[in-house]
Design a protein around this ligand. Structure first.
Ligand code: NAP
Ligand code: MG
Length: 486
């Protein structure tokens, strides 16, 4: 007689990697000017690498000053005709781009993950669908522009230069291009050095959508390509998303010129947990607020403000939840935290984390097996942080959360506003009236209540103070691309 013995079940995840076989990537991409991919004028190609493996993915042509000149020329020539099209017709092109993004969504998601290191779950469920949604949204505005600006008569600005960072490459390109094109401008996009691939795939989509040549040009390259674009004669507006330091440089470069400017810069956003909040729900919001996209999020909830009475409980629950985060292969569908975008960004995170330890805050990083190659940083929690510590003041742009505490509502507001930034904030409370009262007192462009990092093309996004100026998304996002005629 055999006795059945039961083995204990280990509830672990089997690997669930998404295949990259279906992605149609070229070995080499030129710069995209006047509707064509072409060799960069100086013939320089640089490989873009996968930060999870350090392997090259494709070679990308880097734009120089003469490419910027060619793109501006093409954009100038194309602009009058583009602006002269009825809004309804411009809208049709944008709808086409939106649908083609949807058609190639699976491919774009894998490419975004390969090039930037973010978990596939996020590129598949957030970046790519939202990029399509922005084109859909502004396609709908193209024939209703005057209704977006209080029934005034409006005209496009002309040729706009748009510079985007590496944390949401395709999504930031969509945030910039969709409203600019809907309003009748032509655009030159400069993607970030480490993540040019999906912008170049968008170039293919733009070709397939048969957008008139010159309406969009895409110029990969390093910061100097961006700096050249900013200073190029024949540009009517610059829209920039990136660091406050570069934003400042751009503003100085444009001083005294008739060139419009919007800046979407950094942040050190507070996520405020009141004692009456639904704490388990808040823990999920804290995790989503700071570990989403490895914390490479301008509005990341990187300053966690907890009411003293629940401090121990929240930190205990948060630490337990952090222990269940899965860090590793970004292509694995179960991965929560992927690779850090670049060696430079990893170094920046390490420097600030070391400063936190030196200044006396208490650090805990989760134990996880990190791959040997690639750039990785374990999710980290700092307690005993004082408001003057660098980790409480400076943007880390990584998976690191700093805990501060407060006793009263007034103190929570004061601590939140005690920042040179003002991009976003989160409020967790059971009381709607308290949430509204606190939200009104906060200097932050976006305030989320009982949620965090929630984005929608119909809602305006943008900052206060050193987080920049100008709004993207919704009708407010039309204004920076229009001139009021009457
Ligand atoms: P960054 O260094 O400012 O770069 C942003 C873009 O500007 C990149 O395309 C970059 O090219 C280019 N660039 C660099 N130097 C330039 C110059 N002198 N003139 C013109 N363009 C130049 O920022 P990052 O490190 O890539 O991105 C992280 C920062 O962006 C964080 O501070 C974050 O908060 C902010 N961000 C803000 C938002 C928002 O909506 N507010 C959204 C996302 C990110 P290279 O890539 O070749 O350097
Ligand atoms: Mg890359």
């Amino acid at each position: 007689m055999s006795i059945e013995t039961r083995t204990s079940i280990v509830w672990d995840y089997a690997p669930a990697p998404e295949s990259a076989d279906h992605v149609r990537l070229r070995d080499r991409y030129g710069v995209f000017i006047d509707g064509e991919f072409m060799d960069p004028a100086e013939g320089r190609y640089v490989p873009t690498i996968n930060p999870a493996t350090e392997e090259p993915i494709a070679e990308v042509g880097w734009a120089s000053a003469s490419d910027v000149g060619r793109a501006v020329e093409a954009a100038r020539v194309a602009q009058a005709r583009w602006a002269g099209l009825p809004g309804l017709e411009r809208g049709k092109y944008l709808f086409r781009i939106a649908r083609l993004i949807q058609e190639r969504a699976r491919e774009l998601a894998v490419a975004e993950t390969l090039d930037g290191g973010k978990p596939l779950r996020e590129s598949r469920d957030v970046d790519i669908p939202l990029a399509a949604a922005h084109f859909f949204h502004y396609a709908g505005w193209a024939d209703k522009l005057e209704y977006g600006v209080n029934a005034r008569e409006v005209a496009p600005l002309g040729v706009v230069g748009q510079i985007v960072p590496w944390n949401f490459p395709l999504l930031m390109a969509a945030w910039k291009l969709a409203p600019a094109l809907a309003c009748g401008n032509t655009a030159i996009l400069k993607p970030a050095e480490t993540t040019p691939l999906t912008a170049l795939m968008l170039g293919e989509i733009i070709q397939e959508a048969e957008l008139p040549p010159g309406v969009v040009s895409i110029l990969p390259g390093d910061g100097s390509a961006g700096a050249t674009l900013v200073r190029a004669p024949g540009i009517d507006k610059i829209a920039f998303t990136g660091s406050t330091a570069v934003g400042r440089d751009i503003q100085a470069a444009l001083a005294g010129r008739q060139v419009g400017l919007t800046l979407e810069l950094g942040g050190k956003s507070a996520n405020i947990i009141f004692e009456d909040a639904a704490l388990d729900q808040a823990i999920e919001g804290i995790v989503n607020g700071i570990f989403f996209n490895q914390g490479h999020v301008c509005c990341a909830g990187s300053r966690l403000l907890i009411q003293e009475s629940v401090q121990e409980e929240v930190i205990g629950k948060l630490w337990a939840r952090m222990g269940r985060l899965r860090v590793g292969d970004p292509l694995d569908k179960n991965t929560d935290v992927g690779a850090i975008n670049s060696a430079e960004q990893l170094e920046r995170i390490e420097t600030l984390v070391a400063a936190g330890e030196d200044e006396g805050a208490s650090r805990r990083s989760i134990a996880c097996e990190l791959p040997e190659r690639g750039y990785w940083f374990a999710p980290t929690l700092f307690t005993e942080v004082s408001p003057a510590h660098r980790i409480a003041v400076e943007e880390i742009f990584g998976p690191v959360v700093s805990v501060l505490t407060f006793r009263t509502q007034a103190e929570a507001i004061e601590k939140t506003n005690n920042s040179r930034y003002g991009l976003a904030a989160g409020i967790w409370t059971d009381k709607g009236s308290k949430a509204f009262e606190v939200a009104r007192a906060l200097q932050a462009g976006v305030v989320w209540q009982n949620t965090y990092n929630h984005f929608d093309p119909t809602a305006a996004f943008g900052g206060y103070k050193e987080s920049g100026f100008g709004r993207e998304g919704g009708p407010a996002g039309l204004r920076p691309y229009l001139r009021v005629v009457r």
